[in-house]
Design a protein around this ligand. Sequence first.
Ligand SMILES: Nc1nc2c(c(=O)[nH]1)N[C@H]1C(S)=C(S)[C@@H](COP(=O)(O)OP(=O)(O)OC[C@H]3O[C@@H](n4cnc5c(N)ncnc54)[C@H](O)[C@@H]3O)O[C@H]1N2
Ligand code: MOO
Length: 409
Amino acid sequence: MDKYLDFKDAVASSLGIAEVTTLEETVHIGDSIGRVLAQKVICVKNLPSFNNSAMDGFAIKATDAGKRLKVLKTILAGDSVEATLSAGECYKIMTGAKVPSDADTIIPIEDVLDYENSEVTIKENVVKNSCLRFKGEEKALGDVLFDKGEVITSGMVALLASQGITMLSLYKKLNIAVVSTGNELKEPWEIASDDEIYNCNSYAIISLLKEKGFNATYTGVVPDSLEKSVEFVNGLKSYDLIITTGGISMGDADYMAEAFERNGLEIAFHGVNIKPGRPIMMGKMDNTFVMCLPGNPLTAMVNMHLFAFPVLNKLQGSLKVFHDVDIATNVKAFKTKSGRVNVVLGSYADGKYCVTQNNKYGSGMISVIDASNCILVTDESCESISEEDSVKIIKFNCLYSKDQIDLFN
Ligand SMILES: Nc1nc2c(c(=O)[nH]1)N[C@H]1C(S)=C(S)[C@@H](COP(=O)(O)OP(=O)(O)OC[C@H]3O[C@@H](n4cnc5c(N)ncnc54)[C@H](O)[C@@H]3O)O[C@H]1N2
Ligand code: MOO
């Protein structure tokens, strides 16, 4: 960790080595929400698949405008119909019902002049084809509905179901190991003395991964021993991704970098010119992506939001890799230290961003993560953000974008 890498280079480098998972599985559309498509989806049923009425009313020929017509029959949604109109006739028709080929216009029931004894008078001004939905006008056979890499939304499920498509090829969910390090850690269900602390990182990270649609397995705490760390890491090689916290800085018990290197890790970077998160390390060990985050709880969570999710999105096969930002008005001025990238915790509501604790908090703190719902990133030249400044923020529950957006303020 001799030289700290530029933030943008670190992001580019981590995304550069992240390869989309190759494993796929077939999943029912009912269980597909938030998952990533591993196939293209082509339109197999015209949408709509027959000409139909958009309103309850009368199906007429536009040339019969102004005439009094006999209502030949009533067509309900689902009825099969044949063209049987004679001169001076029309159909009564319901929303969604098939329009016979001898009618070209629908007049809503509230727009006819009078309707009694199976006869109806049509107004003079009639626009041909009005209130008629044409076969294939929305999507036609052979159209590409979705590309590989789209993340399934409820709107997509509606379209898939409307096509009679129930089973999808999706990328298998990544197999993620979440690891903590350090002899000082006790699990939350154990008794911790005053000299010991509870492991909060693993539980927080797994919860955050779940919030964003990923699954993860907690694989335990690596003790402060190089030998044991090497052995522990060796046992994690079947995972697609390993996320560790702690043991990655310069302390006497910081063994993570060496333990992974001894297991064949190719380091993409170790140390980034950013606060919090300076000691972060990423790399690849054969086909396993490795993220070693600093142990400070605030740093670990902020690094997850900023560094981890773009990589996770790419590994999972999503086309939407990059953070989407929201624009907010800053309500309270605050200072940042120039010469490095800063990640500033804050709260967003009603179009406004408010910095957490005047940006005066330590990386070891835990409560400030809960007191915030977004981050803001400042570049190396930034020394302060003023009241009323328009700022770019990344919400903890942000969406992701296909395009890389400049995050800096
Ligand atoms: N001489 C230097 N010292 C430090 C530097 C540096 O550049 N030079 N960097 C500092 C920065 S920045 C950070 S961040 C920390 C990160 O250090 P590590 O990643 O090695 O983390 P640890 O030392 O193992 O732990 C730090 C802190 O976090 C607590 N921790 C660790 N794991 C958990 C967990 N699962 N749940 C709750 N808390 C955890 C741990 O007890 C420590 O208090 O290094 C600075 N030092
Ligand atoms: O990454 Mo550390 O948390 O900057 O103190």
